[in-house]
Design a protein around this ligand. Structure first.
Ligand code: GDP
Length: 286
């Protein structure tokens, strides 16, 4: 899904999430495990205020496992519970339930102490486009999709999906905008396919990807394109890759578009293996 975000759209998105906040006990903040910082909404803390939250690193199957563990530890350090899942295959889903219970433990314990039988936890998924919100909702809903209809006191019809006995999930996620004023964030979102290629220049995205691979995973870059060493000038690497892979425009010249597309496709389709584009210590403003 591609959304052109304008101030009006942002205000509306924010209003929608704020309205639904009242209905839930906890927010499931979905982010991309390959870029757990850049795939967050820049105003998320302000929007959800003090509502309990569980950060879900989705697409963990595509992310570097070592880095995912670093991120989980980082969030834990900040006192934010985070779990890693693969909504596509449905792995790690149990950790969402146990994570939510952990976050709400005090509240649940208090209810128990007062003799109140805890009801199902009510949750809403929020996140920027393309992080896998719909995929996760469908996964959690599974075959047992049972819509509970309107909740008392709610004017607008809200559909709830029952996930087992212990969780009820709003069937529509909150869609928030990414932090696109930061160019680096824009490139990370583009190279992973979270935003449309047309927003940024294709060559720049590919060059960004090459720079990243050169720094973070140089041996994988060399191996993939059979490079003995990575040229100092990254545009030279780009040219060599184009030539080696037969991305030619005639008269032996490299076709820049084809080469850029090839590199971006290789990154997105895991030809370099599982990649994570940022480390926790690079961004200390979570
Ligand atoms: P939404 O815009 O946040 O609702 O995102 P979608 O649910 O439409 O997912 C965007 C894309 O990511 C789709 O192509 C999904 O198949 C893919 N996707 C979602 N979750 C995962 C995951 O855990 N792993 C992988 N590899 N792909 C996923």
């Amino acid at each position: 899904m591609t959304i052109q975000w304008f101030p009006g759209h942002m205000a509306k998105a924010r209003r929608e999430v704020t309205e639904k906040l009242k209905l839930v006990d906890i927010i499931f903040e979905l982010v991309d495990a390959r870029l757990p910082q850049s795939s967050r909404n820049p105003m998320i803390d302000e929007i959800i205020q003090h509502k309990p939250r569980l950060v879900i690193l989705n697409k963990a199957d595509m992310a570097d496992q070592y880095r995912t563990n670093e991120w989980l530890a980082y969030f834990a350090d900040k006192g934010i519970k985070a779990v890693a899942v693969n909504a596509h295959q449905g792995t790690g889903l149990k950790s969402i339930m146990s994570g939510a219970q952990e976050v709400l433990k005090d509240k649940i314990d208090k209810m128990k102490a007062r003799g109140i039988k805890p009801r199902a936890i009510r949750a809403m998924i929020v996140g920027i486009p393309n992080v896998g919100k719909s995929t996760l909702i469908n996964r959690l809903a599974g075959k047992n999709i049972a819509k509970t209809g309107n909740m008392p006191g709610v004017t607008k019809a809200q559909q709830w999906i029952k996930v087992g006995k212990e969780l009820e999930l709003l069937d529509t996620p909150g869609i928030l905008w990414p932090k696109f004023e930061d160019q680096e964030v824009g490139y990370k979102l583009a190279v992973t396919g979270a935003i449309k290629d047309t927003i940024l220049n294709l060559h720049d995205i590919a060059i960004y990807g090459l720079h990243f691979l050169e720094e973070a995973y140089p041996s994988r870059l060399k191996e993939r394109y059979d490079l003995e060493e990575i040229p100092e000038e990254i545009v030279e690497a780009f040219d060599r890759i184009g030539a080696k892979r037969g991305c030619l425009a005639g008269r032996g010249l490299v076709d820049y578009d084809k080469t850029a597309e090839l590199i971006i496709r290789d990154i997105r389709t895991e030809k370099f293996g599982r990649l994570t584009f940022e480390r926790p210590n690079e961004s200390d403003d979570v």
